[in-house]
Design a binder for this molecule. Structure first.
Ligand SMILES: C[S@@+](CC[C@H](N)C(=O)[O-])C[C@H]1O[C@@H](n2cnc3c(N)ncnc32)[C@H](O)[C@@H]1O
Length: 203
């Protein structure tokens, strides 16, 4: 296990379930659709996917998969790197990449984008969500690459612009790319969370 995997594993082992909140904007796909989640974590998105879909999900953290398995025992959960998928080309109607790409270095983000495109069937769609460079935490920690910061836990976070997301998935056709912002009040101060949310189509 490399340092990056260890950092995630330690987080899940120490804190158990990490991610709360609602899962927004899931697509309406027909029963029997085959879907892939990259970096499924403890299963937040998995918990919201309909029963009729065939679900494959992967993560680099064994601890995350242990938690996800409790949420979704019917899914095929795999210990794997999103940048090197042990899966057949053109197998998936949809790929979800929610808050995983932003935890990778530039070279690894490109590998994830290439693999996600490879995994989709023609007509399949990629659903992306990650923090924007307008997010309240952008700039915090040590900058290890332009726009990518390492904080105390050792976990990296890259903060995206909309253009950057379009370029990253340029082998796919953009359907929508937008920035969602919402306010958080922390210790009497209004702070802004911001995510780039995008959908791409494989033609
Ligand atoms: C912020 S969590 C997001 C989890 C989930 N997608 C969600 O939205 O709740 C990021 C997850 O990506 C996983 N991860 C990090 N690098 C990865 C990689 N190269 N391949 C697959 N998963 C990875 C981490 O272990 C962690 O579980």
């Amino acid at each position: 296990m490399d340092t990056h995997q260890k950092a995630w594993d330690k987080d899940y082992a120490g804190r158990g379930r990490l991610w709360g909140g609602a899962v927004l904007d899931l697509p309406l796909l027909p029963e029997g659709s085959v879907v892939l989640e990259l970096g499924c974590g403890d299963g937040k998105t998995l918990s919201a996917l309909p029963d009729g879909w065939k679900i494959v999900a992967l993560d680099v953290s064994p601890q995350a998969l242990r938690l996800a398995r409790r949420v979704r025992s019917d899914a095929n959960l795999i210990l794997a790197d999103a940048g090197r998928l042990p899966l057949r080309v053109g197998s998936f109607d949809a790929v979800f990449a929610f808050h995983v790409t932003g935890h990778l270095l530039a070279r690894e983000r490109s590998a994830l984008a290439r693999e996600a495109a490879r995994a989709l069937v023609p007509g399949g769609r990629l659903f992306f969500r990650d923090f924007s460079d307008q997010d309240m935490r952008a700039g915090q920690g040590d900058e290890v690459e332009p726009g990518t910061f390492r904080r105390g836990s050792g976990i990296l976070t890259h903060y995206f612009t909309e253009n950057e997301v379009g370029e990253l998935f340029s082998s796919l056709q953009p359907v929508s790319i937008s920035t969602h912002r919402w306010k958080l009040r922390i210790k009497g101060e209004d702070l802004v969370r911001a995510e780039v949310v995008a959908v791409f189509l494989k033609s």
